[in-house]
Design a binder for this molecule. Structure first.
Ligand SMILES: NC(=O)c1ccc[n+]([C@@H]2O[C@H](COP(=O)([O-])OP(=O)(O)OC[C@H]3O[C@@H](n4cnc5c(N)ncnc54)[C@H](O)[C@@H]3O)[C@@H](O)[C@H]2O)c1
Ligand SMILES: [Zn+2]
Ligand SMILES: [Zn+2]
Length: 339
């Protein structure tokens, strides 16, 4: 079976490898779609903490069950599923205290030390597998993993009725955060991006105010400001726009060594809350339910599909910031532009 392998940092190969076999508590899944995101480029570049090579990338996956271990009887061949890629040790201080996303042994399928979904079939622990309805579009459902991250982000926000929201970055994550804001009680939602193409997607999704910069907005302060860029210039522009008593969220992943300037006086004087959010915590099941209930509009968010052999092209396009969500679809015979 065909697989994409990151042999070491910066080195990608496509290989034929043996079919995976499940352990007793594992499920074997034929990959339908797996999203490409910034994490994949960090893993490829050797910038993700703890990656063990060689590694098959791919952590935003859906597929069809083709095999189950002796104790994985909750699933049967033919089931449509989405997979939570996070696995944790279950024993450390953080796991023991309900914060397993901060586990010191945190391992993501396709990210740290277990193979991911950029191959024809992959193995996942049964406790990470979520059943989808048969009628749910398996390609669009690959957005459930990023949606689970966005829901975790909201778990850490105040979610107060009537708040005004400002989101930086109209990539997949910013678009998800902006689409969820009305469900968290937002009175208004503004999204900004420096890439005009990305803003087009935001407009198609019906996000209320779509701007090239926050200076163009009708207001100058927001209750909740979320950075979904990880870019220092965006963060430095964003923080001063938080209203007194409001909240700033670092959703984007800035480079590990980067620092940003802000006014500690203002954080004190105006009681600004600055919160982080890391991956998925008890939010994957809710993401499945919200996705299947139509909480987001996935169609306009996915622009390209690639075969396994075209994986390098997908990475290249992602780095250029072209297109929208890019997906690998191992079952396809040709790569396609979808929008
Ligand atoms: N916290 C988490 O759990 C979590 C989960 C997934 C992704 N992320 C991070 O969220 C961020 C967004 O992910 P994505 O997949 O949407 O990435 P993306 O690269 O598709 O989108 C980022 C967007 O930010 C825009 N941008 C860059 N600089 C800007 C600026 N100065 N002002 C306004 N817009 C600017 C870019 O044009 C781009 O459209 C990344 O840093 C990613 O690593 C975090
Ligand atoms: Zn991702
Ligand atoms: Zn742990």
């Amino acid at each position: 079976m065909r697989a994409v392998v990151f042999e070491e940092a910066g080195k990608l190969t496509q290989v034929d490898r043996p079919e995976p076999t499940p352990g007793p508590k594992d499920v074997v899944i034929e990959t339908a779609a797996v999203g490409v995101c910034g994490t994949d480029t960090h893993v490829f570049d050797g910038e993700f903490e703890g990656t063990v090579y060689p590694l098959v990338p791919g952590h935003e996956a859906t597929g069809v069950v083709v095999g189950v271990g002796s104790e994985a009887t909750a699933f049967a061949p033919g089931d449509h599923v989405a997979v939570n890629p996070s696995t944790t040790c279950g024993a450390c201080e953080f796991c023991a205290n309900g914060k397993s996303n901060l586990c010191r042994e945190w391992n993501g399928l396709g990210v740290v030390a277990s193979d991911g979904a950029s191959q024809e079939r992959f193995v996942a622990p049964v406790s990470n597998v979520y059943r989808l309805r048969p009628e749910t579009d398996l390609y669009e459902a690959a957005l459930i993993e990023p949606l689970a991250c966005a829901i975790r982000g909201y778990d850490l926000l105040p979610r107060r009725m009537g708040d005004h929201y400002l989101v930086y970055g109209a990539g997949t994550m910013g678009l998800l955060m902006a689409q969820l804001a009305p469900r968290a009680g937002a009175a208004s939602v503004t999204i900004v991006d420096i890439n005009a193409e990305r803003l087009e997607t935001a407009s198609e999704l019906g996000i209320q105010h779509v701007l090239t910069g926050a200076d163009q907005a009708e207001r100058d302060k927001w209750d909740v400001v979320v950075d979904c860029t990880g870019a220092i210039p965006a963060i430095e522009d964003a923080l001063p726009r938080v209203k007194a008593g409001g909240t700033f969220q670092h959703f984007g992943v800035a480079p590990a060594e980067a620092t940003a300037d802000y006014s500690p006086f203002r954080v004190y004087r105006d009681e600004i809350s600055i919160v982080g959010t890391m991956a998925v915590l008890n939010s994957f099941g809710r993401a499945v339910e919200m996705f299947e209930a139509g909480a987001i509009n996935p169609g306009p968010m996915i622009s390209h599909s690639f075969t396994l052999d075209d994986y390098p092209r997908a990475l290249e396009l992602f780095r250029k910031g072209e297109g929208r969500k890019l997906q690998i679809r191992p079952g396809d015979t040709a790569s396609r532009v979808l929008l």
